[in-house]
Write a protein that binds this ligand. Sequence first.
Ligand code: NAD
Length: 499
Amino acid sequence: MVREISHFVGGAARAGASGRFGDVFDPSTGEVQAQVPLASRAEVEAAIANAQDAQPAWAAWNPQRRARVLLKFLDLVARDTEPLARLLSSEHGKTVADARADIQRGVEVVEFAAGAPHLLKGEYSAGVGTGIDVYSMRQPLGVVAGITPFNFPAMIPLWKMGPALAAGNAFILKPSERDPSVPVRLAELFLEAGLPAGVLNVVHGDKEAVDTLLDDDRVKAIGFVGSTPIAQYIYATAAANGKRAQCFGGAKNHLIVMPDADLDEVADALIGSGYGSAGERCMAISVAVPVGEATADALAEKLVERVAKLRVGPSLDDTVDYGPLVNAAAVERVTRAIAQGVADGAELLADGRGLTVPGHEHGFYLGPTLFDRVTPEMDLYRDEIFGPVLIIVRADDYEAALRLPSEHAYGNGVAIFTRDGDTARDFAAHVNTGMVGINVPIPVPIAYHTFGGWKQSGFGDLNQHGPDAFRFYTKTKTVTSRWPSGVREEASFVIPTME
Ligand code: NAD
């Protein structure tokens, strides 16, 4: 009998009642290791009701007391990092080392959110008129929800829970149904850290659960991360229903290689950021753009050498560079994209299709794939592949290289490798993309700055983590207060001004 995963509502595990389940695989073996319940509308509504009941008392705790729960939670995550990382790795397929990093990047945002007493401070202007002071305060929205993707089952839920809870909201998480166990463990740890029951709930599910969160008036904000079509759907529906929404989508991240760059350093950076986690990262570099034919030829040679040495295998094996993809559908989708690239005339330098790992013949593996001479019209360039596929698009000069990411439909991350400060500075100023790396291949900003892509990679006007997270999860109330000290004014029929 396979393990049955539970929802986590009102501070307790709740077995699924809808009768609908999804399979949770062990991608390294291809076996079903658990069943995840897919919540009905009624089950999601029950979670919302729990959150609604618990939120006012939580919001009434002073911010420092709420922050202490986050600090205690951080201790518990530190205690449990190893089992959490192994659980994460076994459901997602990323290596244990990468799973630890997934948890750690989430932890860093909770550490930042523990600064809530400072971040929630309002503004004050004394004496704006006779006896008049103005101040503003940040108040929680109430019940808010997060809908998160499979590829960072710890980091992205924590990016949302940390600031939302610290700001005094109750939170409902609808994690990916493909690797749902770690989010539940995180909610259990929050309860153990002293979070009142009902303040944090996890409901598993698919479109039915998501649509319930979108439709329900009690849910005031939705934070989404996932693919672009779903991000657009959720953003449009949430907005039409009067909710605040921030929705982050897919990506096609370029790395520009200037002729003066150290090509060994560049090749290592491309291998790590292109194939790490089997390319299933929204900040993976999937397009290398060498400038000039000589740079391109030399880089391609170095990449081919390195790709041949990559070790692919089960995610719990510490000696592999990357593990399997998340499921068989992902392997099929990426395999189709590779075939399309070949049909479109791109030059296949390394073909990862059909990889079998001895002893794990049914696992969802794909070897590293490398294409050269890809052109901007090809699907390989236009579409997000989300697999271990790196493509080279050759550019004649810096201007042509700058245009590629700037004109691409996605605008998540981008990088440039160069020794020239002028070029780097010009690039950072002009590239039409949300996050930029200069000699840094995966420019995921640290917790106290914000993370967010542009164009088809992000919908909404506030980013994730950093001060934007507190802006997103709070509403500002502004109070104008007058204590006239005995000065009595006549009724006025003119709007007050500051003359
Ligand atoms: P996905 O869009 O398939 O799923 C994301 C979430 O939406 C899941 O919780 C899923 O259950 C839900 N969902 C799926 N279909 C739905 C539907 N029809 N209606 C309502 N909800 C639905 O994404 P994924 O495959 O889990 O994650 C990979 C994608 O996420 C990639 O495109 C990747 O680039 C993107 N991503 C983006 C960022 C970022 O910050 N921009 C970060 C991580 C991942």
